[in-house]
Design a protein around this ligand. Sequence first.
Ligand code: FAD
Length: 493
Amino acid sequence: MGETEDERTAQAGQLFETFVQATTCKGTLQAFSILCRQMDLDPLDYTHFYSRLKAAISSWKVKSLWTKLDKRAGQKVYNHGEACQGTKCLIVGGGPCGLRTAIELALLGCKVVVIEKRDTFSRNNVLHLWPYTIHDLRALGAKNFYGKFCAGSLDHISIRQLQLMLIKVCLILGVEIHVNVEFVELLEPREDQSDSPGWRVAIRPSDHPVTEIDFDVVIGADGRKNTLDGFSRKEFRGKLAIAITANFVNRNTTAEASVEEISGVAFIFNQKFFLDLKEETGIDLENIVYYKDNTHYFVMTAKKQSLLDKGVILNDHMETERLLHRDNIDNEALRSYAREAADFGTNYQLPSLDYAVNSYDQPDVTMFDFTSMYASENAALLREKHGRQVLVALVGDSLLEPFWPMGTGCARGFLAAFDTAWMVRGWTQGRSPLDVLAERESLYRLLPQTTTENINKHFEQYSIEPSTRYPNLNSSVIRPHQSAEFKGLYISH
Ligand code: FAD
């Protein structure tokens, strides 16, 4: 009998380890589903799932993970996972910010559903992490999922690794994840009977079970091309900016390990480097960043004339869309351009610059326009129809697009994820909707100004409560009457 129990414990530990070590999105979901089946755990039972999983998996290896997650879950704001119990939230998009928001809402006790239109995490590109994000991810068990997480002085991570670790935390906390599911639109309640359908969503595939759920909260986390209605966008248009990202295979040799990274912030001021680069190679850049991660990752901003001179762009056009159209780009020349810049930037110290492949099995190099960056005018709105309300909000790139070479997408994105969770908590707990919206808009006004310097340095104090993160907080810059009347955030149909 004892032996059988031991065997069961060992098997559970092994299944959990397979889940923890999974290296793809599909592999993670599959390992999770096997784990739940074998351990007889119901992943839809979101209120008990985490505690039941914890009880089932008691191997020594996993103890440190439970300790970390328990510590987070024990924060007062969550009220033992009962702060928002029963609130049904949909998150559109399983990027880093959508998943980070999902974790907070799950800790508050919400039923959280994430829909993601793809079923692969394939972005090699690397995000810069602010010290607080490193602290935050460590506290969620980042090292348990990815042993190399921010080892030494590293302060970055590939987007795919980040998504992988966050999706695992989501699943552990009882978040429902559906891949290959695309959001189409939010559907209004049709009748005012209390037993008729409330706010639902149209998705592809149209017969998916998620279409049967009435949502209280819908959060757009689907990246720069936000698909949720009701939000107008501001455009910040600068001078023409053409970015190139390139990923090369990292074989983790000693020679590769000794090559220094290039931190963008410092390099922008190094004019001699750029003059030498131009003179030696004809490549003219405004900045370049190099991170050594799963790949050797480079992001650079290139001047148009040098791309024309080097035959990367075939014909000059005024309109950026035509200029950077697929048909106007010589891919081979683009690969050479990025490789040459990477080689020069690392002082020819990387032994071989072989391109890593992207999700299409092609060399992972991309050129794109980021002359315009978008930000939403507002962070949230409340819609009401037949007496039924839904709180709608944006997070991540849908809310505020980052400047890629600085990689701020994730740092500011997580702050917005916390602020959004705080808003959901306030609304669920019966604070006046207009107060909640006004506070959310006030916090959103702060977001573009946040830097590593002006947020609270005591990361261990961070919670979704804004005052723990923003010193000298004035969360009533926007008054309730302003947010409603002037911005039309309270939409009653
Ligand atoms: P994203 O990471 O863009 O995630 C949005 C998710 O929503 C995606 O998984 C997408 O598949 C899903 N989605 C979209 N539409 C729907 C829909 N209708 N229904 C369901 N799901 C949907 N930043 C940098 O700093 N440096 C870089 O080099 C860099 N490279 C990038 C490369 C690509 C291809 C992309 C898309 C973004 C890149 N970014 C980069 C931006 C960076 O990834 C984001 O700032 C960061 O990931 C946080 O974004 P997010 O979670 O808000 O959105």
